[in-house]
Design a protein around this ligand. Sequence first.
Ligand code: NAD
Length: 478
Amino acid sequence: MGKFEYAPAPESRDIVSLRESYGLFIGGEFTPGVDGRAFKTISPATEEVLAEVTEAGPADVDRAVSAARQAYEHTWSRLPGAERAKYLFRIARIVQERARELAVLESLDNGKPIRESRDVDIPLVAAHFFYHAGWADKLEYAGYGPVPRPLGVAGQVIPWNFPLLMLAWKIAPALACGNTVVLKPAETTPLTALAFAEICQQADLPPGVVNIVTGAGETGRALVTHPGIDKVAFTGSTEVGKEIARACAPSRKKLTLELGGKAANIVFEDAPVDQAVEGIVNGIFFNQGHVCCAGSRLLVQESVYAEVLAALRRRLETLRLGDPLDKNTDVGAINSAAQLAKIRELSDVGEAEGAQRWSPPCELPVKGFWFPPTVFTGVSQAHRIAREEIFGPVLSVLTFRTPAEAVEKANNTPYGLSAGVWTEKGSLILWMASRLRAGVVWANTFNKFDPASPFGGYKESGYGREGGRHGLEAYLDV
Ligand code: NAD
């Protein structure tokens, strides 16, 4: 069965009013950079320039860290938890009020479908602020001692795949625990972080509690190596994570790293096939596969391999790829030309190494960065597409016969962020979950997030947890 024809249903972008250029958000004000450097942020779906953004140099990072230190010493760390909570509640409510605008802005700058930014990213952003507002005056009950103390100034660096959501994961717990922050968004997706700066103004957050410095890797390096930072929180690639770990090692900075993944999504023969197929699609094609915990390795029990693959192919033929602002779109644009080149390269390697490549018939727009949903079969554990993170809409399919073999193959990776198990047997779910070396194991679902649930990795997927009671530890002096 093919696709139903739907009339286009584009979300209007009128709700977003973009400025031509943005300064840095330091000490509660937007300010120009010291050396006047700037870069452009574009829509990956059309390559249209959206705005010019300031590139923060070391002197700007220094100003931001000083502003955060001032705010920490004189205001934020002195406020009672209940007062900090009020600000976090206020921010959460403003995010809800401006949800449609933020969703459109996120889809414009990132390329993700509006359906996802509207229904997943932005509601979770609000949920993270609500959840942590609840903790701000109850920290003494979190299990970290009777008077848990904040760390000071946090330097936070985030990636482009969930721009505003990663910001919320970083800023909400930091502020709830009494820290102030300097955050650097990714260079390809700075706009929602700058909108968040406006929200901080709207919420009357004391100046300097949140500072946003835009820029690329050099700006990130200046931030994490700044001697005035007490805590570094990084989400991004394992390669950069290792560099940051080395840079922080000789210092007293507390460090948490949320890095890459190569998760196994494991389908047993007794799993309900249609439900599992939805989970496979959600696991790897949600957000174009730009998901650190994506189910990028499908492990299917041999006895149901043909059935699952046939159902998966049928389902993929119904996915709609195109305009991220169209409410019917399932698969949006790849975030950048560089990421597209990486996905193409690894997919070509997959073919060259002998795996079979398949994509549903799908017309790609001429402008912008696009890659069709792709499935590789005949993949062996030695293939690069089974070992390396592709961070795109590319699924590698492997098979197994026994639960023990599934565990062995799932754990055969340097990463350990997440895994999925599909079976009707509760005992098998528990047996698998206790053996899988992954921070999150989803059972009969995938990519489910909740601010109350800790998230983080094993092995080269990083250390520390974000979310839940466990996530508070990263921002407390314990
Ligand atoms: P990246 O590491 O290249 O960049 C991440 C951020 O770090 C960006 O803001 C970038 O400007 C900055 N940066 C780059 N070099 C730096 C340096 N030397 N010092 C300090 N900062 C530096 O990664 P990316 O391509 O933006 O993101 C994709 C990666 O992020 C994937 O590997 C993915 O798995 C990972 N990721 C992990 C999680 C998680 O929670 N574990 C979540 C999302 C993404």
